[in-house]
Design a protein around this ligand. Sequence first.
Ligand SMILES: Nc1ncnc2c1ncn2[C@@H]1O[C@H](COP(=O)(O)OP(=O)(O)OP(=O)(O)O)[C@@H](O)[C@H]1O
Ligand SMILES: [Mg+2]
Length: 550
Amino acid sequence: MRRKRLGVVTDGAFNAGLTVRLDPGVSTESLRIGDFVIVEGEEYLYFSAITDLELRATDARVQADPPPDDAAFLREVLQGTATYATVQVKPYLMMRRVSPAEPLAAAEAALVGEEGPRPVKTIPMHFAVLCEAREEDFAAVFGAEDEAHFAVGTPLTQDIPICLDLRRFVERSNGIFGQSGTGKSFLARLLLAGIIAKGLASNLIFDMHNEYAYSVQREGGGWAKGLREIFGPSSVLVYSLDERASRQEGRAVDGVLRLGLNQIEAEDVLLLGEELDLTSTAQATAGLLQDRYGEDWLRALLEMDAEAIQAFCAETNAHPGATEALQRKLKEVARRPYIQPQAAFDQVDEMLHVLEGGKHVILQFGRHQRLLDYMLVANVITRRIMRQYEAKWNRYLETRREEDKPRQLMITIEEAHKFLNPAAARQTVFGTIAREMRKFNVTLMVIDQRPSGIDTEVLSQIGTRVTGKMTEERDIEAVLTGVGNRPFLRGALESLDTRQQVLLMGHAVPMPIVVQTRNYDEAFYQAVAGGGRRPGRPEDLAGKLEELFG
Ligand SMILES: Nc1ncnc2c1ncn2[C@@H]1O[C@H](COP(=O)(O)OP(=O)(O)OP(=O)(O)O)[C@@H](O)[C@H]1O
Ligand SMILES: [Mg+2]
């Protein structure tokens, strides 16, 4: 089947892109900014995106004196003669056509040994034909669903699955951005479900608002399942910081987490500086205390009376007022219900063990939803896990045995700018992971509505960016840090609906594309519970039977 023709190339430049005159009868309203289209050159196919739509007139009189409302016939006559429409098209990838006369589908071409799509290095000549992409074209560029490719949505104007390469997605840190209500948490759940179904990484999820493990209410009614409910307790473990959560019916938790004062380090105080409203001098005092008392620094500080503070300051040149302020604020932390004077790392190490076994851990915060709780706990746990992971990696480098290689780990955090703002990113474990832990098989999935708050060096390390609607100029700028063809991508971002539409760009997609996010619903649960394959296959049935009857 030939592709549906939309128009012909009439003008263009390699850098600026191509101008295509739409055929009469093709309405601009059937096209969208960001649509994936094909230009058929003589030797190559060009996989391209629509970057602009324009209305033109050959005769200035039409613009000065448009036909009246009731002149339907006159309008029809003018359309395609005196008036016409053009689209701007930006080619991203090209692939040799197998037979110039009868273009083979891209996927077939790959089969006969032709190279797959490559970045563009040229442009087609005048009158090359612009066509709508077919399912095979999408598959040739974005891949078809398989052990790494996962359908995340469809183009805005066609019902064809568009895949993300999840193996590439997890191998670098990635980000989900968009203003509130655009569907970030739903999309994160969708992607996590894909990664779990395909077994491409272990996931550690810091679930601030208790929305990843069990059902959450959809806006507008109904419930959406959590990952534990989809994949079951043999694959997804749930820990909670709130002992009350352990008593909720139908929402089992595998453990209630406790943190010890001995586990809190000076680094945590730096991260929490803003939440605790501490001056930089007070933050620095934590470092002095840690130098002096080691692991016991926080307990030592909390036990100090006025005299002891004086003595400590005299000895270390610390500032007495700042030391008192630090003590006052940290007493507040010590009173949090999940904190106890002393704790071993057994529970965290148990989590690590679970993750190494290819399972997934969701840590819920229950009632403890202050940013203070979230940041402190996520930082302490992640630091421990990182140290262990690094040690394991170094052991692997010594033995070089495949079985010693640490499993790919992805850590999901919300409100990421709080962890990764320029001050925090330089000093805390999350900044280190974003910048360099990829080498050790650890990456982050950062979810944020304010990417402008994230350190630019960290942003530039984010491999795949999945971005919903954003209106703040600086957030748009931040998301486009370090990517080419910004005017087009900016236009694509601005044209998104406020919900369930995203621009995909970066490491896990060969070219940027706008998609309507897949529905997170019953059909989706069925598809992923069967390993991410399309439902209805015999092996899915076997899985279902096993689930039902054990
Ligand atoms: N893929 C999807 N399938 C079904 N419903 C969706 C999907 N994406 C978004 N929605 C709907 O949009 C609503 C908002 O989505 P979500 O809670 O993920 O937004 P958010 O970006 O995380 O917002 P916030 O920043 O406030 O946390 C959901 O309650 C749901 O009704
Ligand atoms: Mg959310």
